[in-house]
Design a protein around this ligand. Structure first.
Ligand SMILES: Cc1cc2nc3c(=O)[nH]c(=O)nc-3n(C[C@H](O)[C@H](O)[C@H](O)COP(=O)(O)OP(=O)(O)OC[C@H]3O[C@@H](n4cnc5c(N)ncnc54)[C@H](O)[C@@H]3O)c2cc1C
Length: 399
């Protein structure tokens, strides 16, 4: 059953009303497209404040246990996410905390770790980042070279992480490190690593083609992490990391909060087409443009229906089929939308943000350049297709 019960209907009414009444005024400077591009402290403060309010209202962490800062409901978070998407309220900044660290700690953490760390993931008071990728360990994630050496009740960390989104604002990092050179997978251990202002940790921004940073590299030189911040057993890091990736790739539909509304970019394309004039006609009157936008709307609806289907156990033959499919389709959807936006805006797409004549305040060229990261982040689409082929469809292994 996917229809809502009476409690859920009442919660939906409440969420809708609360979001209408509490929408914050826009920040002085326009927000970036996703939390991954947040650079200014003003934006960080604005979004942290918003996440705190939304959490306080019970719209984030709705299905988390009360003892870990949640509200103990069942099936409410999805409704809150839909309402936040519908109301187009500001994004939730702590995406790594909500979608990766929080659920992983809930699944593998000690009682102490859950009680002390999950509330900050939900309220956004403690921003998290993810330290999985290294210069030689992206798709081949098990090739981690960052080392963790035991030292009494502590571990000493040395190594180099890269592409660390939000690392510049993060208090914590979910970190995988090598605790044994003799076993590739079983030689990995998972840590909850303090990084902001932590001795031996250097965070350096990396600048993207858009001129934004948001990405970082993080260097560890004899940084110390106490053993009580190890998540699960020594040598279980690969298994714990798989839990994180399962959530990152959408298995729980943003169980903590957040997640998007796939129809929103299509509405934005419609607005752009209505406001773009070519040869004395609106782009929205051009049948080819209309056709292209309708195709986008069909894909958006297909993704929405896939999300509903994923909640019906009888329709899920393999737990990862739909989340992985959504990751591939969703990331290509973002790219194709941005490409179409740039095509509709035509030559005006060369005008970038801060140019007053730029259509939609320069959103489309920015979205176009940023969109290429979507088929790479959380594991490239080539890798997702390999996993779908091998593990879901049972095809022979590629190597
Ligand atoms: C927007 C964005 C945000 C990110 N945020 C974070 C973050 O916060 N924390 C973090 O740890 N990482 C982050 N990453 C890094 C991301 O996880 C890696 O970039 C990704 O896993 C790919 O690794 P790589 O860049 O080393 O590419 P490589 O692994 O070197 O791959 C290069 C190319 O080879 C292809 N390839 C590799 N192996 C195979 C194979 N077996 N079969 C077929 N094709 C293959 C890939 O698909 C790709 O096209 C982020 C990346 C992006 C783009």
């Amino acid at each position: 059953m996917t229809s809502m019960n009476q409690d859920q209907i009442e919660f939906q009414d409440y969420a809708r009303r609360w979001l209408e009444e509490n929408r914050p005024p826009a920040p002085r400077e326009r927000l970036p497209i996703t939390p991954l591009e947040i650079m200014s402290e003003a934006h960080r403060d604005y979004l942290q404040d918003w996440q705190g309010k939304v959490h306080g209202a019970g719209l984030v962490g709705a299905d988390y246990p009360v003892e870990y800062g949640g509200f103990g409901h069942d099936g409410f978070q999805r409704i809150a996410n839909q309402e936040m998407g519908r109301a187009r309220t500001p994004m939730l900044i702590n995406i790594v905390g909500l979608n990766m660290a929080g659920p992983t700690i809930l699944a593998h953490g000690t009682q102490e770790q859950k009680k002390s760390l999950i509330p900050g993931c939900l309220s956004g008071s403690e921003i998290w980042c993810q330290g999985f990728s290294e210069p030689g360990a992206g798709s081949d994630m098990a090739n981690q070279q960052t080392s963790a050496i035991p030292d009494g009740d502590n571990w000493i960390i040395n190594g180099h992480k890269v592409w660390t989104s939000l690392g510049h604002f993060a208090k914590w990092m979910i970190l995988i490190a090598r605790t044994s050179k003799h076993h590739k997978y079983d030689g990995l251990t998972y840590f909850l690593m303090p990084i902001a202002g932590h001795a031996g940790v250097t965070v350096r921004p990396l600048v993207k083609i858009t001129g934004e940073s948001g990405f970082n590299e993080v260097l560890f030189e004899d940084a110390i992490v106490p053993d009580n911040l190890r998540l699960d057993d020594v040598g279980k890091g690969w298994t714990v990391a798989m839990t994180t990736l399962t959530f990152e790739r959408g298995a729980a539909e943003s169980a903590g909060g957040g997640g998007g509304d796939s129809a929103h970019p299509v509405r934005r394309l419609v607005d752009l087409a209505k406001n773009t004039w070519r040869d004395g006609r609106r782009a929205s009157d051009d049948p080819v443009t209309r056709d292209a936008i309708v195709e986008r709307a069909i894909i958006a609806e297909g993704m929405r229906q896939n999300g509903r289907r994923a909640r019906v156990p009888a329709l899920c033959d393999h737990p990862m089929r739909l989340p992985l499919q959504q990751k591939v389709t969703g990331s290509e959807f973002v790219q194709d939308n941005a490409r179409l936006g740039v095509e509709i805006a035509g030559a005006h797409s060369t005008l970038y943000k801060l140019d007053e004549a730029a259509p939609d305040a320069g959103y489309w060229p920015l979205a176009y350049m940023n969109s290429y990261g979507h088929t790479i982040a959380a594991g490239t689409n080539e890798i997702q297709r390999n996993i779908l082929g091998e593990r879901v469809l049972g095809m022979p292994k590629s190597k």
